[in-house]
Design a protein around this ligand. Structure first.
Ligand code: HEM
Length: 277
């Protein structure tokens, strides 16, 4: 009994010692300073006055998206570079991480959908002309994935110099698809014209023992494409539930514009392959 008590006491002592010393050695870095929490948590500024209850949710969810977009750009650029250096295992690993993040992006629309159209209307008119349409990182992701469209750079209004430079850079640099075509070529599979690419894709698909890594990366690219399509579909359904057929704060026709983007595919030749097998 005495032993048990002393054991319990020494356990409590070591716990309190740990508590005192944990995270305080040197007192240099803290959780808050490492994560820049004072700045991060002071970055939600409501436009509505008096404050509309749901505007904080609206701002937070967009900020969370932008953080994930930043991470996706980081992973996509590294996956492209890995393909260019012939490190297919690493490219595949990074693409798989992107898929997990992209599923989160699709599912997190559910959170915003807990907002009713009436509650959104409390602050919606304050948002124009701001719109997700102006998300530079979203467009960078499209360009880096393979869907380059310079018209978007012209259509953007109010971009900073730095944002314009980032988009121009993405228009110039190789895409994930360019890097994949390099992979085909270095493995002796022609990739000059669309017909050559189609033929090479068929070859890799029919000889998976020889081209297992190429097949795996091409499927990972297709998955990335499919998840982007899923996000567009999920977003437009939510938009219709929220604003019906009203035009967007960014000045577009709203859901008509968004539905027009649903057929977009980054890698049409990978989709076309299915019909040719
Ligand atoms: C109440 C919620 C939302 C509504 C009603 C809404 C509505 C719209 C509309 C109408 C557009 C078309 C452009 C325009 O005229 O504004 C658009 C585009 C867009 N929105 Fe949203 N949105 C919402 C939430 C979000 C969220 C949470 C994100 C996450 C980042 C987002 C990202 C985008 C993007 C990236 C575009 C451009 C899509 C493209 O060009 O294909 N939206 N949104």
């Amino acid at each position: 009994m005495a032993q048990e008590q002393s054991g319990a006491r020494s356990g409590a002592q070591s716990e309190s010692e740990q508590f005192v010393s944990f995270g305080e050695q040197g007192a240099q870095l803290t959780y808050g300073s490492y994560l820049s929490l004072p700045t991060l948590l002071d970055s939600q500024h409501l436009e509505s006055d008096p404050p509309a209850h749901d505007e904080l949710l609206f701002i937070t969810i967009h900020q969370v998206y932008e953080l994930w977009f930043k991470q996706l750009l980081h992973e996509a650029a590294a996956a492209r570079n890995a393909m260019s250096h012939g490190e297919l295992w690493w490219a595949q690993h990074l693409l798989q991480r992107m898929h997990v993040i992209e599923r989160v992006l699709v599912h997190q629309v559910d959170v915003l959908e807990t907002m009713t159209p009436q509650d959104f209307l409390e602050f919606r008119q304050r948002l124009a002309p701001a719109s997700g349409f102006q998300s530079v990182q979203f467009r960078e992701l499209e360009f880096l994935s393979g869907a380059k469209d310079p018209a978007y750079v012209q259509r953007f209004k109010g971009l900073t110099e730095a944002e314009q430079a980032r988009l121009r850079q993405r228009l110039e640099e190789p895409t994930l698809w360019d890097a994949f075509l390099d992979v085909l070529r270095t493995r002796g599979l022609p990739a000059g014209s669309d017909d050559e690419i189609r033929e090479s894709l068929r070859t890799a698909a029919h000889d998976r023992s020889q081209y297992a890594d190429i097949w795996a990366v091409s499927e990972a690219l297709l998955q990335h494409d499919e998840l982007a399509a899923n996000w567009r579909a999920r977003h437009v359904t939510m938009v219709e539930r929220m604003i019906g057929s009203k035009s967007g704060t960014g000045g577009s026709s709203g859901s008509t514009y968004l539905r027009g983007r649903l057929p977009l595919r980054y890698y049409p030749l990978l989709w076309g392959l299915r019909s040719e097998l």
